[in-house]
Design a protein around this ligand. Sequence first.
Ligand code: HEM
Length: 464
Amino acid sequence: MDGVPMKELNVGGTSKAAIVFLPLQVSKKGESLAHDEPYVLRNGKHREVVIHTAEHVREFLRKDSKGQCVGALHGEEWRVVRRHFDPVYTHGVSLTLINPFKQEVESWLKALKNDSLRAGVGRMVVHAPTSCGLLPLRVIPLSFYGEAFDDEEYSKLVRISAMQKQALKNAVVGRWQKYKWYNMLPTSSSRILEQYQQEWKGFNTAILDKARIVWDIIITLVAFSANTIQSGMDIPANHVFQGVKPEDGMSMDQYLQTIDEMIFTNIDITGNILAFMFGKLAKHPDFQQRLFEEIVSQKDEVGLIDFKNYLARQTTLLHYLCLESVRLHPAISFSVPEHTTVDKVIGRYKIPAHTPFVIDVCRLNTNALTWGADGSEFRPERFSELSPNDYRYGFMRFGIVSGKCLGKHMADVLMKVALIIILEKYKIEEVEMNIGVKPGDLAFITHVDEALEYGVELAVFSSF
Ligand code: HEM
């Protein structure tokens, strides 16, 4: 507006590696360069405007709420794909996953007890970042492949997941991988990519076939018997796959890419957030105790918790913990670039239409104007003092404003089910650094009642 150009931060390189692998350094550099103002981030030939306050975001969205996504899919293509995936991830469907998720959390805890090298009576030491990654690896695929996702499929997925990580790393860090011609050369990175694509397609086709065979058998059985058979592999993947049609539907590639994003990206995101939550609970025993009391107070006279009701309530400590954890440990540090469709004025800068924007999510989610002077601190109860309107543009949780995340309902259910089951059984404590103790190790200590069943005295636990 006053002829002063926007500051520009050049992070060098030809790929987007810096923003993906070193987001906090980029964020800090941007802050010291431009302070409260938006700035341009130059990453090789990419130039994007970085915004980071609620006011910037409000202006960015004003009369332009449908900024085009410049990621893998956009516009009509994106809408078609979402039309087929959305129905299997609604709020209602997520509630039907409560029971299967409860079972998965129980088996995960059992496996932790067996695997933990440092498990004693009433206590086990868990490396939270590793262990918390294992739970979503079972649960997220289960939400899509249903009963067809058994132990055998799980082992296959673990193997393919490693391949996918390597292929993704090559694509982001590699200098030439962004050129189609390069990927056609017989390099090791193109071999890994091709092998991953083949295996991923094979895995998904086989799982659909497996469900269909069982489904066909059931239909045949129903045809020959007068009884209606309720079970069968009527899995969500099958419903979504109906949308794969050469004309006017999704392509097979879009189907496979969306499941790839749903599963592989979000296993890490969800696992990291869970690990962060447990770490914070260990650091804040007072809050943990209040949450434990809230969980126990949900029990009816026979000791059962109405999960559906508890999960739906938005004024519980459980809900505040989920909000606070994603606020301080967001899924992505910088949002996916989006273009404006009209000219904008943000701060004191005129920004022409079609400029790509990214949001620095960590700065937005801790900005003092929205969150107060203690915005960087863990204090879940802050949400009891705020109305959602107070942070409408100042909080990116599952996306800005309403949230574009496909798995938002399921992720909420998963985090809350895991917290209830784990905290009902265990108190989580930090482990003193010592030989053999790794950063991220946490002690899961059985609550006294259960420990006493093993004849262990309370004093033993308090000495840990
Ligand atoms: C606590 C866990 C999670 C958090 C905090 C989270 C957050 C996010 C965020 C911030 C975005 C970007 C939205 C945007 O561009 O505006 C996103 C996108 C997405 N998330 Fe999640 N997510 C989580 C778990 C999951 C899970 C479990 C799934 C599995 C179905 C999932 C599937 C997706 C997909 C497919 C997208 C891309 C949506 C699109 O561009 O259409 N997310 N998520």
